[in-house]
Design a protein around this ligand. Structure first.
Ligand SMILES: [Zn+2]
Length: 543
């Protein structure tokens, strides 16, 4: 049986960019386009030329992509103007790209209230806009291939429920005018899967499924389910974003949809996408690239690509997983570029520990007595408040120290942290933190650094990383990206656990370290020292 082709349309750079706090630079956009293209997307919506400087610049030059067709977004022509007399529309026609996706109102209520025009004027606008793109193709014969026209039917599902005939008229008018794709949008995100199934099946009687797309939002957490329902009902283009980025609750998450289409037999047997098995292995990487650009901590629980997606904690499950992974995993982690994690914790059995040591590349024999010693040490420390399942790097240091292979890169002889709250010369109440650190670097060099920060831990971090003698070059791109404090009240007095997430800006590598103490600054200090030591170890620095 020949498989039917599904087309993937990424809208991270346009719809995803509507998210509060998200603002892509031109360089960000170029990097995301490259990542998506390598992944094997069919269409990448770059932005809205004419709407802002970045997007206009993006579409001013030709892009050579391996897989994807760069797509410009815009509005259909304004009512009361001809296509050639609408500067906004002309800016879109000038864009250097292989496809144009125009948004059109498909709900008569919006046509009346938001546009203030008649239903017929709106239909005419859709038809003339699509025709203008098709006509321009005929004139310019862009490489013989022509530029594809698409219409995003905004509020299609709500419009269909309110006025079925009108919503269908908008879709049909776009199709008959020559649109390659007519995309049905659940713009408010409130439609449920059974409704999507019914409505899409109805629409295929008017516009063939081979020309229908689906665009869903996640307001009932059904964006992925709605997309799959639309595909089963006949739609053949899928719009979505990486990591489900998008305003409110987000868009359909391509990072979940792509592996589902490739790895679940229900879809894999019937359909094919341009993303192949080798490209699928880049999925976790692509997801992280976007987080990096957004400077966000990756969602640990993200399906397929999250840190926790293939993690197991309990000892009994862990030994089964190591024997037969399929017992506890719905797909093979490696297929999406993720990995299996057997968490080290106080429930850990010996098999967890051996698995982790092997993964970290710490050489140790199965029957080495030091493994039991390490297990006891982990359990004793967890009883004190340490948590290694969230702190891979601290665990690796602990294991390597016990097995005798962490060099003494530096030794902190002492530190001092001051917090002062006072009125400045303008009479404003301010709090100033200052830290000083004295350390001996391997080889004997002594350093003494002083730094200010916006709090005691920040000041200490700044001072520690200000001057580390001959190691400074290695740690110069390291920064603290997240800092979590947990007060544990297990015994008679409170203990503080600090979890630090560090990042190397140059390599995009992230690692987690932990510190525990009754004193918050001490706990932070311990986690910071582990962070720097881990970086030096990773970089292969010599003591
Ligand atoms: Zn949308």
């Amino acid at each position: 049986m020949t498989k039917e082709r599904l087309y993937l349309f990424d809208t991270t750079l346009r719809d995803g960019a509507q998210t509060t706090g998200v603002d892509f630079s031109l360089e960000d956009k170029r990097l995301i386009i490259k990542t998506l293209d390598e992944l094997g997307l069919d269409y990448i919506e770059g932005g809205y030329p004419g709407a802002n400087v970045t997007d206009t610049e993006l579409f001013a030059t030709e892009h050579t992509l391996k897989n994807a067709t760069l797509t410009a977004f815009g509005m259909t022509k304004r009512a009361g103007r001809s296509v050639s007399n609408d500067p906004g529309f002309q800016a879109i026609l000038q864009a250097r790209c292989g496809a144009i996706c125009l948004v059109a109102k498909a709900w008569d209520y919006h046509v009346r209230v938001a546009l203030g025009i008649t239903n017929d004027e709106n239909l005419e606008g859709v038809a003339q806009s699509v025709e203008a793109i098709v006509r321009q193709n005929a004139r310019e014969a862009r490489g013989g291939a022509g530029r594809e026209a698409m219409i995003d039917c905004e509020h299609f599902f709500d419009g269909y429920k309110a006025n079925r005939d009108y919503a269908l008229a908008v879709a049909t008018s776009a199709y008959k005018s020559g649109a390659r794709w007519v995309v049905l949008c659940d713009t408010n995100g409130g439609t449920l899967p059974h409704e999507v199934s019914e409505i899409v099946a109805e629409v295929t009687k008017h516009v063939p499924g081979s020309h229908l797309g689906i665009h869903t939002h996640n307001d009932t957490e059904n964006a992925v389910a709605n997309t799959l329902a639309a595909v089963l009902a006949g739609a053949r283009q899928i719009q979505g974003t990486l990591n489900g980025l998008g305003e409110r609750c987000g868009n359909a998450n391509l990072t979940s949809l792509i592996p589902t289409l490739l790895l679940k037999p229900e879809f894999a047997k019937r359909f094919e996408v341009k993303v192949g098995p080798e490209q699928l292995k880049k999925l976790t990487h692509a997801s992280r690239v976007l987080d990096e650009i957004l400077n966000r901590a990756p969602n640990r629980q993200a399906p397929y690509v999250g840190e926790a997606a293939f993690a197991t904690k309990a000892g009994i499950h862990a030994s089964a997983i190591l024997k037969e992974p399929a017992t506890y995993e719905h797909v093979v982690p490696d297929s999406v570029g993720n990995r299996r994690r057997v968490l080290v914790s106080d429930q850990a059995g010996k098999s967890n520990l051996l698995y982790e040591l092997e993964r970290l590349g710490v050489p140790v024999g199965r029957d080495d007595p030091r493994v039991a010693q390490l297990l006891d040490e982990v359990k004793a420390r967890e009883a004190m408040g340490y948590a290694y399942e969230g702190a891979d790097a601290s665990f690796e240091l602990l294991a390597r120290r016990l097995l005798g292979t962490v060099p003494d890169f530096f030794h902190v002889k002492g530190f001092r942290v001051e917090v002062e709250r006072r009125y400045n010369s303008n009479g404003t109440l301010i709090t100033v933190s200052e830290a000083s650190v004295k350390a001996t670097i391997a080889g004997g060099e002594e350093v003494w650094s002083v730094a200010e920060g916006n709090g005691p831990v920040n000041a200490l971090d700044q001072a520690l990383r200000k001057d580390l003698g001959r190691y400074q070059g290695i740690i110069k791109d390291v920064e603290l990206v997240d800092y979590k404090v947990r007060i544990l009240t297990g015994g008679t007095e409170a203990v503080t656990r600090v979890l630090v997430e560090s990042r190397d800006k140059a390599t995009a590598e992230r690692w987690f370290t932990v510190g525990v103490s009754p004193n918050i600054v001490d706990a932070s200090f311990e986690a910071l020292i582990d962070s720097i030591t881990y970086k030096l170890l990773r970089a292969g620095a010599a003591a």
